[in-house]
Ligand binder design. Structure first.
Ligand code: CP
Ligand code: NVA
Length: 306
């Protein structure tokens, strides 16, 4: 149970395949309420970007584990007035039991983790969104019974969510195809890591052809065309991304049993049509709920809840 005790989760590549499967199993047991765990510790949330799901699901997960949460918005801390990350990390380390950080540069998260001895969790950076993908895999496992051998196609920007999906699918024994417009590729180092994890047993395919990528896929996934921090580029991006919209027509190329996922927030009429996100194949609300169960399992494992 205490597989991740005391560990950071900065990237999904921090997990082995068996640790990922154990976490998903723990999340399933916690969700079904067959297992109840308590930890009574304190989680700090330090989020430099907006959040609905991540903030609330981490908070509720910690409350359900009997712990407490302090929402340390940077604007109300000395971080906003330039206190060095190294100093902030060493001080928060003395008060908190675990810290979840949402920020821009992955390097900032790594500095926090280096200076704080307590576990640090990536609650989204520009590079990765590992907690999201834990919930995504839980949702896919619930629908299909197991993960190995399934194909997930992500259509859109090669962003943080795409990067973590490549790692998560490779760890889970799934094939992953990323279809993106030229100039918006996922991170090259993450692609290499995912291919190393997949080790020629499963595919990690990058393509500019959304139709070819969608053919026969079990999961069709998208995310916003301009992530937080890229809002000024949105106008330039939209015409380039238009052929990468998930529409009913694109979905019809996927496996007939395929499900549609979106990490949310969604922009209907941009990366996904209203018809698809509100349609019968969309599992986005189950996916959003699973943020709670997956993160509760993660916290319980890291904190050694009993
Ligand atoms: N999907 C996700 O991380 O949502 P929030 O930005 O609302 O936390
Ligand atoms: N790629 C999006 C995900 C939001 C949950 C962003 O970083 O804004």
């Amino acid at each position: 149970m205490a597989a991740l005790f005391g560990r950071d989760l900065l990237s999904l590549a921090d997990l082995t395949s068996s640790e990922l499967h154990e976490l998903l199993e723990l999340a399933t047991q916690l969700k079904s309420q067959k297992l109840k765990l308590q930890c009574h510790q304190v989680l700090g949330l330090l989020f430099s970007k907006a959040s609905t799901r991540t903030r609330v699901s981490f908070t509720v997960a910690m409350y359900q584990l009997g712990g407490q949460v302090i929402d340390l918005h940077p604007n109300v801390t000395q971080v906003s007035r330039g206190e060095p990350i190294q100093d902030t990390a060493r001080v928060l380390d003395r008060y908190l039991d675990v810290l979840a950080i949402r920020t821009f540069a992955q390097q900032e998260l790594e500095i926090f983790a280096n200076y704080a001895k307590i576990p640090v969790i990536n609650a989204l950076t520009d590079l990765e969104h590992p907690c999201q993908v834990l919930a995504d895999l839980l949702t896919i496992q619930e629908k299909f019974g197991s993960l190995a051998g399934l194909t997930l196609t992500y259509v859109g920007d090669g962003n943080n969510v795409a990067n973590s999906l490549m790692l998560g699918c490779a760890l889970a024994g799934m094939n992953v195809r990323i279809a993106f417009p030229s100039g918006y590729a996922p991170d090259a180092e993450v692609v290499e890591k995912a291919r190393n994890i997949a080790n020629h047993q499963t595919e990690v395919i990058l393509t500019h052809d959304p139709e070819a990528a969608t053919k026969g896929a079990h999961v069709l996934y998208t995310d916003v065309w301009a992530s937080m921090g890229q809002e000024a580029e949105a106008g330039d991006r939209f015409p380039v991304f238009q052929p990468y919209q998930i529409s009913q027509q694109l979905l019809s190329l996927a496996d007939p049993e395929a499900i549609v996922l979106h990490c949310l927030p969604a922009h209907r009429g941009e990366e996904i049509t209203n018809e698809v996100i509100e349609g019968s194949q969309s599992k986005v609300w189950d996916q959003a709920e699973n943020r709670l169960h997956a993160q509760k399992a993660l916290l319980a494992s890291i904190l050694g809840a009993k």
